[in-house]
Design a binder for this molecule. Structure first.
Ligand code: PLP
Length: 452
């Protein structure tokens, strides 16, 4: 809620000159915007002095909360030392060198290389171009198709939006040709009546095999997957999913890329989501928690096979003609080094692991509500799916209105959480205390009682 009535209010000024993406504009006309000024720990404050517990970690990224002194100092020190540089033309900052070493060291790879971007979308775009470049250099210029899944979210650039398996991208005429989407591996929603979880998995594997056979393995550049689909509504895959699809991809020499923009750096209780699911991909896409949200930055972390093949490709074709002015920005790299240290050595990963049982218990408690059909999650990312009828899983007619009403009511109670489709999604910062987690669930519970 906001101070909509005053002509010079922050709300009026925000609406006058700022264009909001991913926002239902009539709803902010009615309710107003929320203009935030600062944060303390996991709380943010608006221009009217209202305090909100941010159960979203900003947008899945502010894992260390909003005032971590170590991250702020890392940024300040690096700004004073060397405030900006790129990583091209054979030049690179010392911070980027150290971060690449650290990223390869903490990755599941024995060796590797890192390429920097400003965002997760750009990292996915970069990875696709790397695959196209590499396949072309190896005599497979037609290996251009990209396989992802329905409900996947990989970003907003034309390529990463084409990878994204959300219907809203049709307003842009996307996906572009050659971006293929398999069934979302969500057993609760996608499993057919009478189909066991194992049968559902077998169907997904058969679908992948059939797609590869129909398209031709030599036309496929790579397969991208979030270990847990995030913006699709926090969807952990059906049991055994990665174990079952990996051999198929390996048989056909199709690289598998783990989009760990949300799951990377501890969110699932391990450093990487792929680690939680017991597989080693060919490359990892990282962003968000990489800098704890204190700097816009993304990274492509290539495992040994893709590193070698890309290196060879530059011998065969030419230089890799791609990069951003701020690739490997030294302030972002310094913050990332401090953030990774905080996760691994500063107790954040341990706190995630400690909090997971409390988080799951809280979700399970709220799932007893008459209109919550399913709770799901992995680590510190979870969702509650609203349904009109629990036994038949019948959704509410207008899918957005219910979850939006719940989220808006939470906002009135001082809790920020996100409506995604028919679900309410929770993605708390890693620094949460037990008391703050209880506050989060109590406020959400009160909102559910109020809405239903
Ligand atoms: N990939 C995943 C899994 C994401 O969740 C997101 C953003 O939420 C992206 C890519 C895109 O990242 P960005 O918003 O930094 O471009």
């Amino acid at each position: 809620m906001s101070d909509t009535t005053r002509p010079n209010s922050w709300d009026a000024r925000a609406k006058q000159n700022s264009f909001f993406g991913f926002t239902d504009l009539p709803s902010i006309e009615a309710r107003g915007t929320t203009v935030l000024t600062h944060g303390e720990g996991p709380y943010v404050f608006d221009t009217q002095g209202r305090r909100y517990l941010d159960a979203n970690s900003g947008l899945w990224n502010m894992i260390a909360g909003f005032d971590d002194p170590g991250l702020i100092k890392a940024a300040q020190d690096q700004y004073a030392r060397f405030p900006g540089y790129h990583a091209f033309f054979g030049r690179i900052s010392d911070q980027a060198v150290m971060l690449s070493e650290t990223l390869v060291e903490v990755s599941p790879f024995e060796s590797g290389k890192v390429f920097y971007t400003n965002s997760g979308s750009e990292a996915n775009d970069t990875m696709v171009k790397m695959l196209w470049f590499m396949h072309a250099s190896e005599g497979r210029p037609n290996a251009r198709k990209i396989i992802t899944r329905v409900n996947a979210y990989h970003g907003v650039t034309a390529v990463s939006a084409s990878m994204t398996g959300k219907p809203y991208n049709s307003v842009f005429g996307l996906p572009m040709p050659g971006f293929l989407h398999l069934t979302c591996p969500h057993y609760w929603r996608e499993g057919q009546s009478g189909e066991s979880e194992a049968d559902f998995l077998a169907r997904l594997v058969a679908e992948l095999e059939e797609l590869i056979a129909n398209e031709g393995a030599d036309t496929i550049a790579g397969f991208f997957a979030e270990p847990v689909q995030g913006a699709g509504g926090v969807i952990p895959p059906v049991e055994g999913y990665f174990d079952a699809i990996l051999p198929v991809l390996r048989t056909h020499n199709i690289p598998i890329i783990a989009d760990e923009v949300i799951t990377g750096f501890g969110r699932t209780g391990s450093v990487w989501g792929c680690e939680s699911y017991g597989f080693v991909p060919d490359a990892i896409i990282s962003s968000k928690a990489l800098t704890a949200g204190y700097f816009p930055m993304g990274a492509v972390i290539l495992g040994p096979d893709l590193s070698d093949r890309l290196q060879r490709a530059t011998d065969i074709i030419e230089e890799f003609p791609h990069g951003f002015t701020a690739s490997g920005h030294p302030v972002g790299c310094a913050i990332a080094l401090a953030s990774i240290d905080l996760v691994l050595n500063g107790g954040l990963l341990e706190n995630v692991q400690r909090l997971i049982p409390r988080f799951e218990t809280g979700l399970a408690r709220l799932a007893q509500h008459d209109h919550i059909g399913e709770w799901r999650g992995r680590g510190l990312m979870g969702a509650l799916e609203a349904v009109r009828d629990k036994s038949s899983k019948t959704p509410f007619e207008s899918e957005l209105s219910v979850s939006e009403r719940i989220a808006n009511t939470c906002g009135d109670h001082g809790l920020l959480c996100r409506p995604l489709g028919q679900s309410i999604v929770l993605c708390p910062p890693f620094i949460m205390t037990d008391a703050q987690m209880d506050e989060m669930f109590d406020k959400l519970s009160a909102a559910l009682d109020q809405v239903f």
